[in-house]
Design a protein around this ligand. Structure first.
Ligand code: NAD
Length: 501
């Protein structure tokens, strides 16, 4: 399929993808594939007004009926899976298998949200007063602003939107300025679901706003957006979080990670090597959950590392649309430059670098393909503690298990973590109060590739937000405590008397 056929397959029209101010190049070869219209920061206020109006109608629609819209969205995503998966590959450069996987995740969260639409449960609570009962109920909040990153251009939207919609909120989505085409395609898919749903979905229930930081900031600063779910770098979260907090809004922050694997002397090394490879070089190291730090027991380091280094040397780097490719390009030159700077810093800090060179410059002079890098480090120095969004894996030795856990936790980020061990004591300690300090902790599987059933997110500089499964839906609703007096008396709590004659 040609690039233009990929765009056409999702119904994107020439006028929608040409003549605009935002130029989109494919990471595959650097070719310009579209130029889309941007909204101005000034336009955003009008869009928020429209979204607020839609919310006021949508919140009155019963939650299971709201779920029906998300069910239809899931159906439309199933029908569009291959086309959307291919567009994800074209626009952000991840391999087609992973593009498909990303769309599958969208379908999965729709299924989850449909069930959830009948399960927005609250508690009943015993009242201390006779003739009273208490309960806790959950209600829609308002406009939910979604800001997303380039590397999961569509899944993150669906995690937020499927939940926000069944919870009764309206949605405004600002995708990454690097990946607006997939967002426009999702809007088309959403409109198909809306057309089948019926009139009780109000106009303006979902908006896509294309633009850069200023456009995101206009939403972040507007008090008519009570929830801002922002996915991206920690630098972005440092700006967005305080702004939302200053107006007493709620933010769900999903920021950078620096994810580690501890490999203990009892680990199944065949499994560990496969997990290391997928989680460190998959998506060309451009996942928030990518494996970046390998903490290996000194007694098996000599056996494990040659296997990892040779697997890295042979992994297939190439065009992400072609079957068999495991590692596609980096998103752009800036990303490549950041990777090279980190490798230079790692050498200065005593690291021994394997790989990391640019490749395929003959076939793709405008694409930034790299051989994934493994860097053997003498200690967990500054560069190791920094998230570089590229396929660099820092490997270090440990001697005793407590030190391994200390190293795992001794970074500013707290997203995902894992251990490979067959020692149940080590596994349980890793998952205990004195183990990993991350939002995600796994045993005998890598740190990347979470399922939608669990709550997704992390601690410390990762921002503390939770999205997707479990009870993450509660972040998209307001909690109300209700007390009902069905007696003929008016007793006060705590036995207080307050008599009036
Ligand atoms: P980025 O921070 O450059 O941009 C992310 C989004 O934030 C974009 O839409 C951008 O326009 C917007 N933005 C940036 N500054 C803003 C501001 N001041 N106000 C409003 N909006 C602003 O990130 P990126 O390069 O697209 O993505 C890579 C980063 O995202 C990595 O750090 C990665 O770990 C992180 N990430 C985290 C998760 C997670 O769930 N924790 C998921 C994916 C990516």
């Amino acid at each position: 399929m040609s690039y233009s056929e990929i765009l056409e397959s999702l119904g994107l029209t020439t006028s929608e993808i040409s003549g605009g101010t935002l130029k989109i190049t494919s990471p595959i070869d650097g070719a310009e594939i579209a130029a889309v219209q941007e909204v101005s920061a000034a336009d955003v206020n009008g869009i928020i007004t429209s979204s607020k109006r839609a919310f006021n109608n949508w919140k009155a629609v019963p939650a299971p009926r709201r779920g029906e819209l998300v069910r239809l969205l899931g159906e439309e995503l199933r029908a569009a899976k291959e086309d959307l998966g291919r567009l994800v590959t074209l626009e952000c450069g991840k391999i087609y298998e992973e593009g498909l996987g990303e769309v599958q995740e969208m379908i999965d969260i729709c299924d989850f949200a449909v069930g959830l639409s009948r399960q927005l449960y609250g508690l009943t609570i015993a009242s201390e007063r006779p003739g009273h009962h208490m309960r806790e109920t959950w209600h829609p909040v308002g406009v939910c602003g979604v800001i997303s990153a380039f590397n999961f251009p569509v899944a993150v939207w669906s995690w937020n939107t499927a939940l926000a919609l069944v919870c009764g909120n309206s949605v405004i989505w600002k995708p990454s300025e690097k990946t607006p085409l997939t967002a426009l395609a999702c809007q088309k898919i959403f409109e198909k679901a809306l057309a089948r749903f019926g009139d009780d979905a109000p106009k303006g229930l979902h908006h896509v706003i294309i633009g850069g930081r200023d456009v995101g900031d206009a939403m972040v600063s507007n008090e008519d957006v009570p929830i801002v779910s922002a996915t991206g770098s920690t630098a972005m979260g440092r700006q967005v979080g305080p702004k939302v907090a200053a107006r007493f809004g709620r933010s769900i922050l999903e920021l950078g990670g620096n994810n580690a694997m501890i490999v203990s002397p009892t680990a199944d090394l065949d499994m560990a090597v496969r997990a290391i490879l997928f989680s460190a070089v998959g998506t060309a190291g451009q996942r928030c959950t990518s494996l970046r730090r390998l903490i290996v027991h000194k007694d098996i380091y000599g056996e494990l590392m040659p296997r990892v280094i040779s697997a890295y040397a042979s992994v297939q780097v190439g065009n992400p649309l072609v079957k068999g490719t495991l590692v596609g390009p980096l998103v752009d030159q800036e990303s490549f430059d950041n990777m090279q700077s980190a490798l230079i810093a790692a050498k200065v800090e005593g690291g021994k670098v394997h790989g990391g060179e640019r490749e395929l410059t003959g076939d793709f002079p405008g694409g930034y393909y790299v051989r994934p890098a493994v860097v053997e480090m003498p200690s967990q120095s500054e560069v190791v503690k920094t998230e570089t969004f590229a396929p660099i894996l820092y490997a270090m030795k440990y001697e005793d298990f407590d030190t391994a856990i200390e190293m795992q936790n001794d970074v500013p980020q707290g997203l995902s973590s894992c251990i490979f061990t067959t020692d149940v004591r080590e596994a349980e300690q890793f998952l205990s109060d004195i183990g990993s300090d991350c939002g995600i902790a796994n045993v005998n599987i890598g740190p990347s590739g979470a399922e939608i059933g669990g709550a997704f997110g992390g601690e410390k500089e990762t921002g503390g937000g939770r999205e997707s499964g479990s009870d993450a839906w509660k972040s998209y609703m307001r909690r109300q405590t209700n007390t009902v007096n069905y007696s003929r008396e008016l007793p006060l709590a705590q036995g207080i008397t307050f008599d009036i004659d």
